[in-house]
Design a protein. Structure first.
Length: 431
């Protein structure tokens, strides 16, 4: 961007281990911005609220890419370190950045925040939520609809849902799908050794979803049960957190279903594994299976695209929109159709890695990642005109979703987390 000042983009940490999709979203975003050519690359400021201080360790891989970390909403300057700045007010925060993205639950009229809603699951699958959860989500989304300046969505499927459930909403809407990046160090990890380390018997399929009730594990288990009765017995490896905050019994019920289908010895449940090991297992697998009933933009599908991997996925709108090169679809929730699809594919599948597919995928992924980063920078350039064009915005910003004061004991955990950052966040360090 010759002649233009370097964009300053603030990226807030929005989640912890309870929602790894949110963690991965931030990692993908920062990586995309950091991979831009030097002339286009923005200054990246990682924004941290005290209540998410312990989530910083989950974002360690992107710390070398940021110019500084801003701890926002805390007034204790003793928390500052080299590369770590404490800013107590929202106004002070926006003196340092041109755009905050993604503003997951933050709503501020008149401020350069790209609000982000990952999906509208509580409308599409209301039975998975309590009435209190539905009301809470709806209240946040309605505030975004009435007060936000810019709303970023990850898919056109999500945009259709937004327009359906919140007609006439205020914010300008942009669809910006997130893209993944292949870390070169992942290719140094030996897939066969990782499989052996976890006691995985080969060959195997893999499913990399958290064990949440809408992720479709039950459909997959029933499909494998049907295949077993026909004498087809592929092994399955599952990674992902085994707790669902909405259904504390789901994992136990799933294990009971596995036992009833005679699959307990055929399925290996690994829980959360390090990202590099998860990637190694995907590379070694026969194929990825993504049976989810609902997604905003599937990280699993993006991982399969990134690795040139065969993926069998439910035919929900967003999966069809993502359209990975080696994708195959089955009717969502239909175990018989999934079983038939897997049976048809299995004879042609072999354990990876498949170097030829990975090389093609790497070139495609590089282009998609650059496009993603450029689109985010373009949003920061467009933001002033969006703000200027909104004649109805409030004169004073209104924050309704976060408190102005941090928890009383926030300084202690924050100090503990920040103590080891010196080597990671020297100001101005670039990839």
């Amino acid at each position: 961007m010759s002649g233009l000042p370097r964009a300053r983009i603030g990226v807030p940490i929005i989640s912890d281990a309870g929602w790894m999709g949110g963690v991965q979203y931030v990692i993908h975003l920062v990586t995309a911005l950091a991979r831009l050519p030097e002339a286009e690359r923005p200054d990246i400021v990682l924004v941290l609220r005290p209540e998410l201080a312990n989530a910083l360790q989950l974002h360690a891989e992107i710390l070398p890419f940021v110019s500084e970390i801003v701890v926002w909403g805390v007034g204790d300057k003793r928390l500052e370190r080299p590369g770590v700045r404490v800013i107590p007010t929202m106004e002070g925060l926006f003196e340092r950045i041109d755009l905050l993205i993604p503003g997951h639950v933050m709503v501020a009229s008149g401020m350069p925040i790209a609000s982000w809603i990952p999906d509208f699951q509580h409308h599409v699958l209301p039975e998975l939520f309590t009435s209190q959860d539905r009301d809470a989500r709806d209240a946040i989304f309605r505030r975004i609809g009435s007060q936000a300046e810019l709303l970023m969505l990850s898919s056109h499927a999500a945009r259709r849902d937004w327009e359906r459930f919140y007609p006439g909403a205020k914010p300008t809407v942009r669809v910006v799908p997130f893209r993944g990046a292949l870390e070169p160090s992942w290719l140094d990890t030996n897939p066969e050794e990782v499989a052996a380390k976890h006691g995985v018997r080969e060959p195997f399929l893999i499913c990399c979803n958290q064990f949440w009730s809408h992720k479709g594990h039950d459909t997959l288990v029933r499909a494998l049960g049907a295949m077993r009765r026909e004498g087809v017995t592929p092994r399955l490896v599952c990674t992902g957190a085994t707790t669902d905050y909405r259904s504390h019994t789901f994992f136990d019920e799933l294990r009971a279903l596995m036992a009833a289908e005679g699959l307990s010895d055929q399925i290996r449940l690994l829980g959360l594994v390090p990202r590099a090991e998860q990637i190694a297992l995907i590379r070694r697998s026969l194929a990825v299976v993504q049976p989810s009933r609902f997604e905003g933009w599937s990280t699993v599908v993006e991982d399969a695209r990134l690795l040139g991997k065969t993926i069998v996925m439910s035919d929900i709108d967003v999966h069809v929109e993502q359209a990975p090169r080696h994708g195959h679809y089955f009717r969502v929730g239909d175990a018989a159709d999934l079983a038939a699809t897997l049976c048809a594919l299995l004879p042609s599948l072999t354990p990876g890695p498949h170097v030829d597919h990975e090389e093609v995928a790497r070139h495609e992924a590089d282009e998609l990642l650059l496009d993603y980063g450029r689109r985010v920078v373009a949003l920061s350039r467009e933001m002033p005109s969006i703000l200027a064009g909104n004649a109805q915005r409030s004169a004073m910003p209104l924050i309704e979703s976060v408190s102005e004061q941090p928890p009383a004991d926030s300084a202690r955990p924050m100090s503990h987390v920040l103590e080891g950052l010196r080597k990671h966040v020297a100001a101005g360090r670039k990839p």
